[in-house]
Ligand binder design. Structure first.
Ligand code: ADP
Length: 212
């Protein structure tokens, strides 16, 4: 037997009573972020309990019974991406360390003056740089970063499955989500990030609806 989570039941009750209603309005009623509700809304829509219409919102559909089996292969980066933390290539290693702590992330992305992705710096890169004797304020990030064209990226239209596979294959913890500007010259704009935690959270959200 397949059972909906408490939150999914709450969403259905809200839409039943107040639909058509936007995802943002549902999130506000539950005092949650829109992004937190995305997997639930995706599941309920796929299952046929809700109908999603652009510019109208969600409406309740009678008669839907079961939740179909959903995996991360059916979930898209666009829906799950987080905010990227970005620094300029003229920033120092010291600045990068401050940003890593302030924004509570494991890696930051380096952009040039045109805001195009030129590098990635992770915790290990920063630790390596801090083993030397040079003042970290005097080392620019572009000396220690992993640079283009060696950066492994992911696109909005890719699936979480592709993202997970890419991180495992390349032994890295995160991927910048990019929009391609020019493939030949490796010019990309950073629009988000996907981490191993993103994948773990999506997995937990998706598996909740199979709990009996
Ligand atoms: P940590 O250093 O916290 O263990 P990672 O395992 O992600 O983080 O990073 C390991 C190495 O891989 C670092 O040198 C980093 O610059 C590089 N790296 C991290 N993310 C990427 C990426 N998306 N593409 C290419 N290299 C990356």
């Amino acid at each position: 037997m397949i059972k909906l989570t408490k939150r999914q039941e709450e969403i259905l009750q809200i839409v039943k009573k107040e639909g058509p209603i936007s995802g943002k309005e549902i999130a506000d009623k539950l005092s949650l972020k829109r992004a937190t509700l995305r997997p639930d809304l995706a599941i309920l829509t796929m299952a046929g309990n809700l109908e999603a219409r652009t510019k109208v919102g969600y409406t309740y559909k009678e008669g839907a019974s079961a939740v179909p089996f959903m995996t991360i292969s059916e979930q898209f980066v666009r829906e799950y991406k987080g905010h990227p933390v970005v620094v300029r290539n003229s920033s120092s290693v010291y600045d990068a360390i401050v940003q890593i702590f302030l924004k509570d992330v494991g890696a930051i992305y380096v952009v040039n003056d045109d805001n195009h992705l030129v590098g990635v710096i992770s915790r290990k890169d920063l630790l390596r740089a801090s083993m030397g004797t040079q003042d970290l304020r005097d080392i620019p990030v572009n000396v220690i970063m992993t640079r283009m064209p060696n950066i492994i990226t992911i696109k909005l239209e890719d699936t979480l499955h592709t993202a997970a596979k890419r991180m495992i294959e390349h032994h890295i913890d995160s991927l910048p989500v990019v929009q391609e500007i020019n493939k030949v010259s490796h010019t990309y704009k950073v629009v988000g990030r996907i981490t191993k935690t993103t994948i773990a959270k999506a997995y937990m959200e998706l598996s909740k609806c199979y709990t009996v």
